[in-house]
Design a binder for this molecule. Sequence first.
Ligand code: SF4
Ligand code: SF4
Length: 136
Amino acid sequence: MDRSTFIYMDPKVPHNASQCATCWKFTGSSCLEFTSKDHIVAEGSCGLYSTGTPNPENKGQEHGGSTPKEAGYVIRKVRCEHCEYFEDGDNDCLLFRTLNIPNYKVDPDGCCNANEAKDEEKEKPNKAQTLKRYTR
Ligand code: SF4
Ligand code: SF4
């Protein structure tokens, strides 16, 4: 993934934006994108997120078009406010600045596909490596 696929989304719902709990593809224990055997939780998220209301009645309709790994499924809070690059106080994104997009404010509840958990929240690739990946 490189900067040509860098996508930022403002939140459509507050607080739990970008988590399975606010995605219409979530059935309560699985995801329509994966198989019925893939156990999915409300605190998860992936790159196929789509804002809406989860529906347990959709259980059994999972189509298995993707695997959790392919979709980038993770179990953690993925919003800007939990991201390593979010600069609290002025709602700046260090990654945007590095990409020469100055003065672009992000929403604490926003999200993008470059989201990185803060050091204390994950086992993660090194921050310098990620910046290099997006700025080469
Ligand atoms: S795994 Fe992705 S597509 Fe499935 S419910 Fe969660 S955010 Fe939505
Ligand atoms: S890199 Fe982090 S702070 Fe910046 S837009 Fe993406 S999720 Fe938000």
